[in-house]
Structure formats: C-alpha cells, structure tokens
Design a protein around this ligand. Structure first.
Ligand SMILES: [Zn+2]
Length: 169
C-alpha cells in the first residue's frame, strides 16, 4: 500500500520498516477512511510513542491490547490463574505508566484517545472511523473507544420491588 502522506517520526530513512500489530492496522485503516490526515505512526519523539498522531489536530492515538493494558471488564483481559500476583503487579504497573503518558501529553497540549483492541475486533472499519472522526473534530481532551457497553448510569431508576429476576441471596 502506497501511503505518501504517512510517515514515521523524523529520520525515517534510518528506521526499520513500519510494523503494525493487527489492532494498530485496523485503527490505521479506519482512520485513513476518514481523510483526516496527515498522520504518522509510532511517533518516537513524543512521550509513550503514540501509535498514531495527527499533528494538525494535536491528537495522539494509542491502540491498547486488552491483555497487556488490562482492559477492566473485557473478556480479552483475563488475569492468568498461575502466578496471579505477578500478573496483577505487572498490570498495575502498565496501567500507571499509561496514565502518566496520557497526563504528560495532555499537559503539553495534546488531546488523547485510547482505542481498545476489542473495539478494533468487533467494530466495522466505518464505525470505528466515525468514532475517531467524532473525537478528532470534537473538543474533548480525552476519549476511549471500546467494545464494552458503557457502565450503567448510577441514577437509573429501579422499579419498586427491584428488578425482576435480579434478587440477591
Ligand atoms: Zn477490551
């Protein structure tokens, strides 16, 4: 695929060929459909090496594997049952590092969006592209694209006598 408007960070000639994971490739494909470019991949000049950057929109995108970034509540993010303590510590470390990266970028005027692996697997490219476009063209500081349903609103009304069939022991 010839993508003249797609480049790595400075010094591209000295770098190995661009290798994308499947979720990164799916996000890139969705983003290219939007025509929002120019964009670049794996921006090593920015904190955390954002996977996709739209400099003209001041947007950094991260594509997070659900396992390694421990996407809470996601089927792809089950903690292994052996060496559970090790994994929990590792996931805590990864999550703390992710949070630091986002806050440093935001302090430098970047807007940030995290695309979860599960979203790249379950969403059609057109829908994923629409979500990305909505964020880029909107004014939000941060967003996340996920295949998980949104958490229930805390103020949702509960019918008198509770929800049928949900009685707790
Ligand atoms: Zn997930």
């Amino acid at each position: 695929m010839n993508l003249p408007h797609l480049s790595r960070a400075s010094g591209a000639a000295a770098r190995p060929p661009l290798r994308l994971t499947a979720p990164e490739q799916a996000t890139l494909d969705a983003l290219l459909r939007t025509g929002l470019g120019p964009l670049r991949c794996h921006a090593v000049d920015l904190r955390g090496t954002p996977d996709l950057v739209l400099d003209t929109h001041r947007v950094c995108m991260f594509v997070h594997g659900c396992f390694w970034h421990h996407h809470r509540g996601c089927q792809l993010a089950r903690v292994p049952t052996t060496n559970r303590g090790y994994w929990e510590a590792k996931f805590r470390h990864n999550q703390a590092r992710d949070a630091t990266v986002l806050s440093v970028l935001q302090k430098h005027g970047w807007r940030t969006i995290v695309v979860r692996e599960c979203a790249t697997r379950r969403m059609q490219a057109a829908r994923l592209g629409a979500e990305l476009r909505r964020f880029v063209e909107g004014g939000a500081q941060h967003s996340e694209v996920t295949a998980l349903p949104p958490p229930p609103a805390p103020s949702s009304p509960v019918p008198a006598g509770g929800i049928p069939g949900s009685r707790q022991p």
